[in-house]
Design a binder for this molecule. Structure first.
Ligand code: BGC
Length: 278
């Protein structure tokens, strides 16, 4: 669905059909050949789910709420487009997931009907002593997994601000993310996704000079249990949260292709060795 600079395309969503947060009902089965909305699926009857947290945050009742009203007719502006292109809508005006069926109707844990936007700042450095590439990573409080220090775009917020804000809030590090290279912008195969609400993200990559990275003081924010420079081994990349594995790989392949002032000949060898195995 989404395009990266390197032409990576996320097509058949998997987490959005086979995984779910504990509070969701079981997903209605959606076999590969019936994912696409254009393919008729006569017996398709996904359970409806909206989390109580989302209902409590209905912005039409609670001025500080982050969620849309449950009734679609009350939503001031139903999105017609997203990073995935022009959106389809069902008979009652609900936007349809651009990657196809998920086996769950309603918004689940996501606040917005349609795309829910996140931002993912990918910060890397070379550790010359260990001969490894490391990424600034946080351990999420919700599931203990290591992750890019990303988060949700606030209403009306510019994505480059979200990237810098999330980085600062979660890791204590302040960087100008405007200088980052765009790695990916589009649909994310996320376990929270439903037929009518899904995640889309903007991921930007900044590769830092080792001395500069060394000077930064790390401090875990409220959503994070811990923050550290995570060595990017194939295993650590594979077990990252949600679709972060795909994003990180795209960032590394991009770095492998560009001239970068912070990359020495030796650093290039370290990167090339990793790219061969991941
Ligand atoms: C996370 C992002 C992630 C997105 C989609 C957000 O909650 O903070 O890092 O890319 O969900 O999975």
């Amino acid at each position: 669905m989404g395009e990266t600079e390197m032409g990576l395309t996320i097509t058949l969503h998997v987490k959005a059909r086979f995984e779910k947060p504990a509070e969701y009902p079981e997903r209605f089965p959606v076999p590969d050949q019936l994912v696409n909305w254009e393919t008729p699926y006569p017996g398709y009857l996904p359970p409806y789910y909206v989390s109580p947290v989302v209902l409590q945050n209905d912005s039409s009742r609670n001025p500080s709420g982050w969620a849309d009203p449950e009734e679609v007719a009350l939503v001031p502006e139903i999105p017609q487009r997203s990073f995935s292109g022009t959106l389809l809508h069902d008979a009652i005006g609900r936007p349809l997931n651009p990657a196809g069926r998920t086996g769950i109707a309603g918004r689940g844990l996501l606040g917005k009907w349609g795309p829910n936007y996140a931002a993912d700042p990918i910060i890397t450095r070379i550790n010359r002593h260990e001969r490894s590439i490391e990424m600034l990573a946080v351990q999420r409080r919700d599931n203990g997994q290591w992750a890019i220090p990303g988060g949700m775009v606030d209403k009306g917020e510019e994505v480059s601000r979200t990237l810098a804000r999330e980085l600062r809030e979660e890791t204590g590090v302040t960087l100008d993310m405007g200088a980052g290279r765009l790695v990916y912008q589009g649909y994310v195969d996320d376990p929270r996704n439903s037929d009518h609400a899904w995640m889309e993200t903007t991921a930007k990559h900044l590769h830092l000079d080792p001395e500069m990275a060394e000077r930064m003081e790390l401090q875990a924010g409220s959503d994070a249990r811990a923050v550290l420079w995570l060595p990017l081994t194939p295993e650590n990349i594979r077990t990252l949260y949600a679709s972060h594995c795909t994003l990180v790989k795209a960032a590394l392949f991009g770095l492998g292709r560009e001239e970068h002032p912070a990359m020495s000949h030796c650093d290039r060898e370290i990167l090339a060795a990793l790219l061969k195995v991941c």
